[in-house]
Design a protein around this ligand. Structure first.
Ligand code: GLA
Length: 446
């Protein structure tokens, strides 16, 4: 059997050798400098940051301050392809989006942490020396968990006052939790650098700490994709990530297409329990395959050529789950090739195949996700569509040609609503036209 455990190219942070033949979407260099949409977005972001600074100053006063207020942001993410492959040490291709969590933070002279959430209209207070789970303010556990993991790893944290706001829709599969974790870690790093000894943590290690916080403190057994995308995204690019080595490489997105996210209005439901079940089915597949193939550490080590053997060794539904992962990894590799070669339609076709596989083999779709994909496929300018994220509700991602975006936005939800049962929707379906954005960082002026 063939073994596939190496990514086909060495990844690095250097995008220049991608050889992008065209302008890329949202990138600071290739974007026309006067692009009004980008200018507007940046201005809005500056205004939000300024408001957040004032709220922090008004909420917490100056008494205990030991440094200036700074503002950080960390984006949500959309996964273009490579679903349920990250925890199998496989490949993913997400992009950071232009919706984010923003935190204004200031160091304190003591070990207290005070956090106010503008979205939830709530505030909490705790000390760095005894961080415990908070059942009454679930949102705060992403902040608590991240600080706890950083403190346990020896980072010299100092107390902080923080104000948090965000426009990543919660529970929609766009990683609002990862954005909150990553923003917290970036804020803690920046505050420590000014107020105390400071600590070195690059984007990759920071993402790994945030993932640990979510796994061990919040109790969600997620993979590494969301945190890496939020920490390391690059404007105008998707991020090709090898989830075994954590190496990554930006892949330019076509400049004449937009990422359009459609929120079905269905929220999670079975999501966490079924997510854990899928993970254990993948582990079971590996356990059974290792009887004959001790070199298989994860499904990453199985290639499409091995599939006939899988059929013999695995019972159903473990066989179907493994089949999805193996073929999905291969689709990610082919997608990277298609995007680099400028073959948008080929990439779109792979997105559609990915959706069918998630629906039929991995069984993590739902009627509404299927309907949202189905109604778009014959719409003009749509290169591809698929569910994105863990599944069982949430969003689809579509690649739509620039000149077709307005028509898409005008008609897609009416088409969708004609085919679904409205009583199953717990929030209003939405369309978000997005740009691929840079990953987390300090806002200018901080
Ligand atoms: C969630 C998890 C990710 C990943 C996706 C499925 O978003 O947080 O780690 O497993 O589901 O691809």
């Amino acid at each position: 059997m063939a073994v596939r455990n190496e990514a086909p190219r060495t990844h690095s942070q250097d995008a220049s050798r991608d050889g992008c033949p065209v302008k890329v979407l949202g990138g600071p260099g290739p974007q026309p400098p006067g692009d009004p949409c980008v200018r507007l977005k940046h201005r809005e972001r500056q205004e939000r940051a300024a408001r957040l600074r004032s709220v922090l100053a008004a909420t917490y006063g100056e008494d205990t301050a030991c440094s200036e207020i700074l503002v950080v942001r960390a984006p949500g993410r959309v996964n273009l392809i490579g679903e349920h492959t990250d925890y199998n040490e496989g490949f993913v291709l997400p992009a950071a989006i232009d919706r984010d969590v923003m935190i204004a933070a200031r160091g304190r002279r003591d070990r207290a942490v005070r956090v106010r959430s503008l979205n939830y209209g709530e505030a909490v207070e705790f000390t760095l020396d005894g961080i415990a789970y908070d059942r009454d303010h679930i949102w705060s556990n992403y902040v608590r968990g991240t600080l706890k993991v950083l403190a346990e790893s020896g980072a010299p944290l100092c107390g902080m006052d923080m104000v948090v706001t965000g426009d990543v829709p919660a529970g929609a599969g766009l990683s609002s939790s990862a954005a909150l974790e990553v923003a917290t870690a970036v804020a803690a790093r920046a505050v420590a650098a000014r107020a105390a000894a400071g600590f070195d943590l690059d984007g990759r290690d920071l993402a790994l700490k945030c993932q640990r916080a979510e796994n061990s403190f919040v109790g969600v057994n997620c993979g590494i994709m969301d945190q890496l995308a939020s920490a390391l995204g690059k404007a105008g690019h998707a991020l090709f990530i090898d989830c075994r080595s954590y190496e990554y490489e930006p892949v330019p997105l076509p400049c004449d297409y937009r990422i359009v996210i459609c929120d079905t209005g269905v929220r999670r439901g079975l999501r966490d329990s079924e997510y854990n079940l899928r993970r254990s089915q993948c582990e079971e597949a590996v356990r059974l395959l290792r009887r004959d193939r001790p070199d298989v550490r994860s499904l990453r080590d199985v290639s499409p050529e091995d599939l006939p053997d899988l059929e013999d060794h695995l019972p159903t539904p473990v066989r179907e789950r493994a089949r999805h992962v193996v073929l999905e990894n291969d689709r990610v590799l082919r997608s990277v090739g298609a995007l680099r070669g400028g073959h948008v339609d080929m990439f779109g076709g792979l997105m559609v195949e990915s959706h069918a596989s998630l629906r039929d083999l991995y069984e993590v779709s739902c009627p509404e996700l299927d309907a949202m994909v189905e109604v778009t496929l014959d719409m003009p300018g749509v290169a591809g569509a698929r569910m994105t994220g863990a599944g069982f509700g949430g969003c689809t991602v579509n690649l739509v040609r620039d000149d077709a975006v307005d028509e898409f936005r005008r008609t897609v939800l009416a088409r969708y609503m004609r085919t679904v049962d409205p009583s199953r929707l717990s929030s209003e379906p939405q369309v978000y036209v997005c740009r691929a954005e840079d990953g987390a960082g300090l806002m200018p002026g901080s």
